[in-house]
Design a protein around this ligand. Structure first.
Ligand SMILES: [Zn+2]
Length: 311
């Protein structure tokens, strides 16, 4: 069955790139509503921005949705990952600015907020997307692939010159609350040189190393209380991938493989999958299929907190 939230939940924070304060309120929504943002600071034109792959403006640094009236919401990937990872299929997300609050750079605040309110079952089956044949896209040495699978598997490989990151690989089956347990507290990261370039271009103005992003500077790692997992960077890339795949319009049964991929390439992959005849098939989930969806089997005690690391 489809799910929504039992009650609204509010998040106050700043935009990572704008540095501006923002309030975001997740509200329950009915079956088949899907996930949709609404800009409450705009009064003219269409203020609804559906969380859909075909509204993504492909940029390197974050995932930005733009509707046909030009209303946009940036950095949607961490809240989308939290919703997908908790098995929330329907929600209205009111936001009073152009960028989702970065919180601590991970999805943990969102997951805890959603799970504190609880999950409301709705009276309609989940429509999922089954990957029927492999689709691969590549760009400048990075690749992203979707392979057929009867569950969602996320596999990721990264390779950075910084010795503190280096090569990292991980593969996880997203059933049974895996996202909340293994990935949701993994924070966004970048290199010191990238911070300087971004800030010179008016970006990452809300970034505070160690507080809402991990910054790697040669052998120095600015990570607050230390890394939350020894391979936190690749786990964050998996979190991003789940959030970007959640823009497909429903849960995916497939094996995603990202090799140095990013937001833009994962969106290119979704576009290629939807454009390839027979690559994706809509399926109405029976109870056995529903049991394999992310968010099923998620329990409160397994959600990491500031003082309790689980994985
Ligand atoms: Zn991210």
């Amino acid at each position: 069955m489809q799910n929504t939230l039992k009650a609204s939940v509010t998040f106050d924070g700043v935009g990572l790139h704008s540095g501006k304060p923002v309030r975001m309120i997740l509200k329950p929504a009915s079956a088949d509503h899907g996930i949709c943002f609404r800009r409450t600071d705009i009064s003219l034109g269409d203020t609804l921005v559906p969380a859909r792959w075909d509204l993504v403006e492909r940029t390197a640094l974050c995932t930005r949705l733009v509707n046909t009236s030009g209303a946009s919401v940036s950095t949607v990937e961490h809240i989308m990952a939290a919703l997908a990872g908790c098995g929330i299929h329907n929600a209205l997300i009111e936001i009073d600015g152009p960028e989702v609050p970065i919180m601590d750079g991970s999805s943990a605040h969102f997951v805890r907020g959603i799970m504190q309110q609880g999950i409301q079952r709705l009276g309609a089956p989940v429509t999922a997307l089954q990957v029927m044949k492999p689709v691969t896209v590549s760009h400048e040495g990075a690749t992203a692939t979707l392979m057929p699978s009867n569950r969602l598997i996320i596999e990721f490989h990264i390779d950075f010159d910084e010795a503190a990151i280096g090569r990292q690989s991980r593969t996880l089956d997203m059933r049974n609350g895996t996202f909340a347990r293994e990935l949701c507290d993994c924070r966004t990261f970048c290199r010191r040189a990238d911070v300087e370039t971004m800030q010179a271009n008016g970006l990452a103005l809300g970034g505070v190393p160690g507080e809402n992003a991990i910054v790697f500077d040669g052998p120095v790692v600015e990570s607050g209380q230390g890394l939350r997992h020894s391979d936190e960077p690749v786990r964050h890339k998996m979190l991003d991938a789940l959030g970007d795949l959640a823009l497909a319009g429903g849960p995916i049964f497939g094996h995603y493989i990202g090799d140095r991929a990013g937001h833009s390439l994962t969106n290119t992959l979704l576009r290629a999958a939807f454009a390839t005849p027979g690559a994706l098939r809509k399926v109405s989930c029976d109870p056995i299929m529903t049991a394999r969806l992310p968010g099923q089997g998620l329990v409160w005690a397994e959600i990491p907190t500031e003082t309790r690391r689980v994985a």
